[in-house]
Design a protein around this ligand. Structure first.
Ligand code: SF4
Length: 251
């Protein structure tokens, strides 16, 4: 059973724009967090547009590198055409050794392409509050989550990454997984969600279900940049975080 939300987490939820009922005297987490979906709704994703949902493990020489060496290799990577117009590859940041959550986002925007960081602006601050409310963090002295884009280089003009680009960059993601050994994956946004689930469905149909990716539980939710534009959907994002939290505790 998951732990009840403490005062700090309630404060974080308030910052997300969500308010829970007053704290009960006895833990009432089950009232806020319905049970995990039954196994019948856990997806076994078929291939998406001819691309395997689980790409072969790294063919590109990333295996066996330390995290700093992998970051260095990615900064110089020319594994697909996205290297041509990037300003900086965005490796991601957070837990330095073992991560509880691996947060995989849609490709970075122009500002993050320049900064070399994933979710460095207002959307990143909202993500940090979402993670804190779920008992995770990507910053501080002991970060528990690692946040990284689905492709490390920004597609030109913000277009969606092509299947070949996604497949090439999954070698980097596979190496990150091998190093960080996450217990759960959270996909932020449609492009990350479709790639990791292998399902070409609307985001609304990918949310609310427990998927699997590389033997890991996978939960899909909205990208924080979308939530800034559509705050009414923060409640749905909160449901997704509850699902992720329960999946982690039951793993
Ligand atoms: S998107 Fe990934 S595979 Fe392509 S050049 Fe950048 S780091 Fe390499």
């Amino acid at each position: 059973m998951s732990a009840p939300w403490d005062e700090r987490q309630r404060a974080m939820l308030a910052e997300m724009g969500l308010r829970l009922p007053p704290a009960p005297r006895a833990p009432l987490i089950e009232a806020e967090a319905p049970p995990l979906p039954s196994p019948s709704v856990v997806s076994a994703p078929p291939p998406l547009m001819g691309v395997p949902a689980r790409a072969p493990s790294s063919p590109s020489g990333f295996e066996g590198l330390s995290l700093p060496a992998l970051r260095e290799a990615v900064s110089a990577c020319r594994g697909c055409g996205l290297c041509e117009q990037r300003r900086q590859a965005v490796f991601g940041a957070g837990a330095l050794q073992q991560a509880q959550w691996l947060v995989v986002t849609d490709p970075v925007d122009e500002a993050d392409d320049g900064a070399g960081e994933a979710l460095s602006g207002d959307a990143g601050r909202l993500l940090d509050r979402m993670l804190a409310a779920a008992g995770q963090s990507r910053t501080g002295s002991a970060p528990t989550a690692f946040v990284t884009p689905i492709v490390k280089c920004r597609p030109p003009r913000g277009r969606a990454p092509q299947p070949a680009e996604l497949e090439a960059c999954e070698a980097v993601l596979a190496a990150q997984v091998a190093l960080l050994q996450p217990r759960l994956v959270l996909a932020l946004g449609l492009q990350a969600a479709r790639r990791l689930t292998g399902l070409a469905e609307p985001l609304g149909r990918l949310r609310g279900r427990l998927h699997r990716w590389r033997e890991l539980p996978l939960v899909v939710t909205y990208h924080p940049a979308y939530l800034l534009r559509s705050p009414a959907d923060k409640a749905g994002a909160w449901d997704d975080l509850c699902l992720a939290r329960r999946a982690l505790h039951s793993a």
